[in-house]
Ligand binder design. Structure first.
Ligand code: ADP
Length: 368
């Protein structure tokens, strides 16, 4: 049972041009049993953050607390963290079961305690995991080895579980299945977890909350709804969501919205809250309305049907801007409706033009 708190963590590396900041003032709290998914582009500091929590790297400034106990100077082997990385370093001379049991045999556990915990872990991993227990690592596929590595880590009851892109090397089908297994294990054992990935879908699936990083900073921490409907800034808004956010340059003045030389009256609440002047509109693909009297034509260049989700994605040009529009399948046919399309002003995200600040957002749909 461990909560984690990071206070003003800075980590500098020595680089060719002097000191290079990898983490810039990171403060973060992860509740006991919570999974925080850390997502962000390559090089933004995700792995460094995990290493600092594990004690493999020491922060240049800042403190790390487990359950309010200062761990900043504690050696990694005394922190009790469990770590799983992309490559699965199993003990090659032992069968899978030996890999799981090894820790218990070298610590103060009874044989029964070891058997019980290995059995519970194997049960949770699923029927076919049992078959892996009697095999040596070299006879297992990459996916199977990684499943054993994850099981070996969680079976030890770590204080904090750190996973760095654990399934990135698996093929798509295995990835899907392994992430379900990992989630089941985390639910069952309630281990406080930091889960690093560059894949937003994986982060959304794994995380109770998500932290979006960029260039050594955490831009926002929150639920998927927080990040999607009330992003802190344009970076978070464009990073989260698929297809990516349409961003259109616009301006506001005297209660109207100006876009590509045309203008529309703004809903009164928006007109009151938005400062006059240039801004950027963030239009999610699903936030377009067709058949609007004041709509403008969408010139569709190509489209993609997603029958399982009952939608079609239309890629094209609207008022000279390249946009992606998502419509229910039955409304997506090229007809008069698409000639009168416009964004649903009340659903949009409004960002400052000169920085990436969010000026107005609708919030999650259930708030209406
Ligand atoms: P991510 O995991 O998000 O891809 P990293 O944490 O690996 O990012 O790296 C963050 C930054 O720190 C990068 O600019 C990287 O080049 C730098 N960095 C990471 N490890 C070292 C190191 N051991 N020495 C010098 N620079 C490093």
């Amino acid at each position: 049972m461990t909560s984690l708190r990071l206070a003003h963590i800075v980590k500098d590396y020595d680089g060719p041009g002097g000191r290079q900041p990898a983490l810039r003032d990171i403060s973060l709290e992860v509740a006991d049993g919570e999974t925080l998914a850390i997502v962000g582009p390559s090089g933004c500091g995700k792995s460094t953050l995990l290493k600092v929590v594990a004690g493999l790297e020491f922060p240049t400034h800042g403190r790390i607390y487990y359950n309010d106990v200062d761990m900043t100077e504690i050696k990694p082997q005394d922190r009790g963290v469990g770590m799983v990385f992309q490559d699965y370093a199993l003990y090659p001379a032992m069968k899978s079961k030996g890999n799981l049991a090894y820790y218990f045999e070298h610590h103060a556990y009874t044989h029964e305690q070891m058997e019980e915990r290995v059995r519970r872990t194997a049960d949770l991993m699923g029927v076919d995991f049992q078959h892996l227990l009697g095999r040596f690592p070299e006879t297992l596929s990459g996916g199977e080895q990684q499943r054993v590595a994850i099981a070996r880590c969680i079976v030890r009851d770590p204080t904090i579980f750190l996973m760095d892109e654990p399934i990135v090397n698996l093929d798509a089908k295995r990835r899907e299945r392994t992430r379900i297994e990992i989630k089941k294990l985390l639910r069952a054992f309630q281990v406080t977890t930091l889960y690093v990935t560059h894949d937003q879908q994986e982060a959304i699936f794994m995380g109770d909350r998500l932290a979006v990083m960029r260039a050594g900073r955490i831009e926002q921490v929150g639920s998927f709804d927080d990040l999607y409907y009330s992003p802190a800034n344009l970076f978070v808004a464009t990073f989260i969501g698929s297809p990516p956010l349409n961003v259109l340059p616009a301006a506001v003045g005297e209660g109207r919205l100006y876009l590509a030389g045309e203008s529309w009256p703004l809903p009164p609440s928006l007109a009151a809250s938005l400062p006059p002047g240039p801004l950027r509109l963030g239009v999610r693909a699903e936030h377009w309305l067709r058949d609007q009297e004041d709509g403008r034509p969408l010139e569709v260049s190509h489209s993609e049907q997603l029958p399982t989700e009952r939608i079609a994605l239309l890629y094209g040009t609207w008022l000279g801007q390249r946009v992606t529009v998502s419509l229910p399948l039955e409304q997506a046919g090229e007809g008069a409706g698409l000639r009168r399309l416009r964004p649903d002003w009340e659903q949009l995200l409004y960002f400052a033009a000169d920085d990436e600040r969010l000026l107005a957002s609708p919030g999650p749909p259930d708030l209406f």
